[in-house]
Design a protein around this ligand. Structure first.
Ligand SMILES: C[S@@+](CC[C@H](N)C(=O)[O-])C[C@H]1O[C@@H](n2cnc3c(N)ncnc32)[C@H](O)[C@@H]1O
Length: 274
C-alpha cells in the first residue's frame, strides 16, 4: 500500500470514526505502517480490499480505531504550559478553592497516554506547590482509551528519554531507579487514578478545577465532535475552572463559554455564561 493509497484510505475512513484527516496528515506514517501490517495479517492485497473487508466485518472498525491512536507523550511536555501552571494558574485556582472552603483540587488528564502528563502534574503539585497550600490536596483522574497505555501508566516506569525535559529537582526527588528505568515514587502516585474511557462517549464523574486536554480532541477529532466535547468539558469544570489544550491547538471557531488566559497560549478559563 503506497502512501497515496493510504492517504486516500484514511480520508475515506476517518470521518466514520469521527476523526479528521487534517490531524493525521503529519503522523500518518505510523498509522499507515499499522494498517499495512493489519492488511497483510488478514491476507488482503491493498487498501481497496481492506475497505471492502471493513464493510463486511463491522468489528474491524474498532481495530482500525485502535490503529489511529497516536500515543506520543513525555514528562513536562511543552515547558511553557507547566511553567504557567506552576507560576500562575495553579496558585490562583488553589487560592480560590481555599477561599471557598474546599480541601481538594480535582484535575483531569484527558488522553493521558502512559501517565506522563498526570504524574508531571502530581510532582509539580506535591513538590513545588503544596508546601504553599498545605491544607489542599490534589486528586488527578487520568483517562485514556488505549489499554496498553493505561497498563504502562499503572506501572509508572519510564525510559530516560521520556524524562529529559523534566525539572531536575522533580526528577531527583520524584523517582526511584529500577535498572535502566525511572519509576515514579509510590508516594507521588497517591491521588492519581487511571481509568479506561473513550472521550467520544464518556467522561469521569464530578466537577474539576483543571482539565488538561492536550494533543487529542482538538487535533484528531472532527469539528462537530470537537464542539460536542468542548461543551461537555465545560460542563465538567467548576465555575472559573481552567481548560488547557495543546500548544499547537485552538478551540473550534466561534465557540463560547471560555476566555483565553491573558498571555498564556492554550489556557482558557470557563466563563459564567456560555
Ligand atoms: C498524543 S497522546 C497525548 C498525551 C498527552 N495528553 C500529551 O499531550 O502529552 C494522545 C492520547 O489520547 C488517547 N486517545 C486517543 N483517542 C482517544 C479517545 N477517543 N478517548 C480517550 N483517549 C484517546 C491515545 O491513546 C493517546 O494516549
Amino acid at each position: 500500500m503506497k502512501d497515496t493509497e493510504c492517504v486516500q484510505f484514511l480520508q475515506q475512513t476517518l470521518p466514520r470514526l469521527r476523526l479528521r484527516w487534517l490531524g493525521f496528515r503529519k503522523v500518518r506514517a505510523q498509522v499507515c505502517k499499522r494498517i499495512r501490517r493489519r492488511a497483510k495479517e488478514l491476507g488482503l492485497a491493498d487498501s481497496l480490499a481492506y475497505r471492502a473487508y471493513l464493510e463486511i466485518h463491522r468489528d474491524e472498525w474498532d481495530v482500525l480505531d485502535g490503529m489511529c491512536h497516536i500515543t506520543i507523550s513525555r514528562f513536562y511536555r511543552d515547558k511553557g504550559v507547566f511553567e504557567s501552571l506552576e507560576q500562575t494558574v495553579l496558585p490562583e485556582i488553589a487560592g480560590t478553592a481555599i477561599t471557598r472552603g474546599e480541601q481538594e483540587l480535582r484535575c483531569w488528564s484527558v488522553g493521558c497516554a502512559s501517565g506522563e502528563e498526570a504524574y508531571t502534574l502530581a510532582l509539580l503539585w506535591r513538590l513545588r506547590l503544596m508546601p504553599r497550600f498545605p491544607t489542599l490536596s490534589m486528586q488527578i483522574v487520568a483517562t485514556d482509551v488505549d489499554d496498553d497505555m493505561l497498563g504502562r501508566a499503572h506501572l509508572g516506569c519510564y525510559r530516560p528519554s521520556s524524562l529529559s525535559e523534566l525539572l531536575h529537582d522533580l526528577l531527583a526527588q520524584g523517582f526511584v531507579r529500577s535498572g535502566d528505568a525511572y519509576c515514579v515514587h509510590p508516594k507521588y502516585r497517591e491521588g492519581v487514578f487511571f481509568l479506561r474511557q473513550d472521550l467520544r462517549s464518556a467522561m469521569p464523574d464530578g466537577l474539576f478545577h483543571l482539565v488538561l486536554c492536550r494533543n487529542i480532541a482538538f487535533t484528531y477529532f472532527d469539528e462537530a465532535l470537537q464542539r460536542e466535547v468542548l461543551q461537555k468539558l465545560r460542563e465538567r469544570l467548576h465555575p472559573g475552572g481552567v481548560l488547557v489544550v495543546g500548544s499547537h491547538e485552538s478551540l473550534p471557531q466561534g465557540t463560547g463559554g471560555f476566555v483565553a488566559w491573558p498571555e498564556k497560549r492554550g489556557i482558557y478559563r470557563k466563563t459564567e455564561v456560555s
